[in-house]
Design a protein around this ligand. Structure first.
Ligand code: NAD
Length: 252
């Protein structure tokens, strides 16, 4: 699907939402993308939308180390280079803290934190060869207390810590690691929360100084900056793209 001269990005959760928007952005700059997602049907739709000349899908569950290792191995075998990894696989499952089970809490951390770690660890040898980059996906939830979101906020805060440590550990080999922390974006994830009554869009709009949800493409633009050469001296950073949500002083 690709010639080795094109920069290649591996995007987890690339079949939907922010991951898919990042794929569109990367491909629009002349790159090739490998979408790694556990949803095989959605993967087919995404690859068809992007075009098989610049996108390929690989079935991958970030909670399974063998599956992650196989996805990275397939990039090495097929595209023969890896320039960036974007870790967008994720879910949200709000639950009151007094009721959440160990299994449910651990499952969310496994996807967001250990999943991101598995992907970064597997991709590092290939990224070292290209002096490539990693973008992890945190959230405004890394910076706020949010009722019913103990696992999600803990996971996203952990992603920022993981990002800082990988950045300093891998800086000498030329691999940069940064995080994007989006505010609210209408995607399948937020649509599901809204449909279940677990997220009130009017509250989000009222609390966001820019007064709207982000478009997935706006987050993808910030990710592309972090992933690409314009951010050559940026590493270990968490970039908020939240329409002013976290600096809003409307409580005052
Ligand atoms: N949408 C928002 O408002 C928002 C805000 C901040 C952060 N985020 C984060 O952005 C990331 C992407 O979210 P989105 O809104 O695009 O959601 P989405 O549901 O549209 O896309 C998430 C994708 O991840 C995939 N996925 C889930 N678990 C997986 C696993 N174990 N292995 C492989 N793939 C898996 C899904 O199949 C899906 O294609 C998530 O980490 C989410 O927490 C989203």
């Amino acid at each position: 699907m690709t010639t080795p001269s094109r920069p290649v990005a591996l995007i987890t959760g690339g079949a939907s939402g922010l991951g898919l928007a990042c794929a569109e952005r990367w491909a629009s700059q002349g790159g090739a993308v490998v979408l790694a997602d556990r949803d095989a049907d959605q993967l087919r739709v995404a690859v068809a939308a992007l075009g098989a000349d610049r996108a390929r899908g690989v079935a991958c569950d970030v909670t399974d180390a063998a599956s992650v290792d196989a996805a990275v191995a397939s990039v090495r075998a097929t595209e023969a280079r890896l320039d960036s990894v974007i870790n967008s696989a994720g879910i949200a499952r709000p639950e009151p803290s007094e009721r959440i089970t160990d299994a449910a809490f651990s499952a969310l951390l496994d996807i967001h934190v250990t999943g991101t770690m598995r992907v970064c660890r597997a991709a590092y040898p290939a990224l070292r060869e290209t002096r490539g980059s990693i973008v992890t996906v945190a959230s405004v939830a890394a910076f706020a207390g949010m009722p019913g979101r103990a696992a999600y906020t803990a996971a996203k805060a952990a992603v920022t810590g993981l990002t800082r440590t990988l950045a300093v550990e891998w800086a000498a080999s030329g691999v940069r690691v940064n995080a994007i922390a989006p505010g609210y974006v209408r995607t399948a994830l937020t649509d599901r929360l809204i449909a279940r009554g677990e997220l009130d869009p009017s509250t989000i709009l009222a609390r966001t100084p820019q007064g709207r949800f982000a478009e997935p493409a706006e987050i993808a633009a910030a990710v592309q900056f972090l992933a690409g050469p314009d951010a050559s001296f940026v590493t270990g950073h968490t970039l908020l793209a939240d329409g002013g949500l976290t600096v809003g002083g409307d409580w005052y």
